[in-house]
Design a binder for this molecule. Structure first.
Ligand SMILES: Cc1cc2nc3c(=O)[nH]c(=O)nc-3n(C[C@H](O)[C@H](O)[C@H](O)COP(=O)(O)O)c2cc1C
Length: 229
């Protein structure tokens, strides 16, 4: 592990998609998972599970599913076009890096799938009348925050990988074909996958990360009021 500082890790943990084929030691993956489970989850439920796929045939299978799902993603990206804040070159790089992964996902030495087990809400009839009246709203709330119980763990994984000099990124395209993923890996019905993270030693370099400036995205007190840090 490098002794990279937290902020250096945050500023340089780029989405690196081109990976070497060298294996990643199991004890390193264990440390990464141990960092993942330090993340917050709603009600501290920790209803997560992490499937670490190293088997070559399963990785190939996941790669094929990712490839298929990415065709759908690609059509969506084309229809949406380049976001204004990305230059032509930045957008071209993103698209070519993304397209590289469509064909090479299955070659990553490790494919990690952060998952969540469903946490059914208490049945409506067990709740007081006032709560029963807003039950539908409560379900919508639960649905809205679901991913927030796993994506902080995903970010911990990204940063822990960075500390070990490992490339990774969050990908979600496979969710478009999730049933195939679940069948391949024997994932139970009440468990959903939230990301597919290829992990390996990078062929490219970490950071720096270019982003829209804070002044464009932060407000002081009220929406629209300029933030001057
Ligand atoms: C919710 C989410 C879904 C993503 N899904 C994919 C994906 O399916 N495939 C992919 O190659 N990258 C995916 N990404 C990675 C983004 O393209 C990447 O984070 C973004 O371009 C910023 O890259 P950078 O940190 O290197 O600047 C996803 C990112 C997020 C946050």
């Amino acid at each position: 592990m490098t002794d990279i500082g937290l902020f250096d890790a945050i500023y340089s943990a780029r989405a690196l998609r081109r990976l070497k084929l060298d294996p990643v030691p199991d004890d390193v993956i264990a440390r990464i998972l141990d960092a993942a489970i330090r993340a917050p989850s709603a009600g501290n439920a920790q209803n997560w599970a992490f499937v670490v796929v190293r088997d070559a045939e399963l990785r190939r299978g996941l790669g094929a599913i990712y490839r298929k799902a990415s065709n759908i993603a690609s059509a969506m990206y084309q229809a949406r076009g380049r976001p204004d804040h990305l230059s032509e070159e930045q957008y071209r790089n993103l698209m070519s890096s993304g397209a590289y992964l469509w064909d090479h996902m299955g070659e990553a030495p490790v494919l990690l799938l952060p998952c969540l087990r469903e946490r059914p809400p208490p049945p409506r009839e067990l709740l007081p009348d006032a709560m029963q009246a807003i039950y539908a709203r409560e379900l919508a709330y639960t649905d809205r925050i679901r991913g927030a119980s796993i994506y902080p763990a995903v970010q911990n994984i990204i940063l822990a990988c960075r500390a070990f000099g490992l490339a990774t990124l969050i990908t979600t395209n496979h969710i478009r074909c999730e049933e195939e993923v679940k069948t391949l890996l024997g994932i139970p019905d009440d468990v959903s996958t939230f990301a597919l993270m290829p992990i390996g030693y990078p062929r490219g370099k970490f950071g720096p990360l270019a982003r829209r400036p804070v002044e464009d995205v932060a407000y002081a007190d009220r929406w629209g009021a300029a933030w001057r840090g």
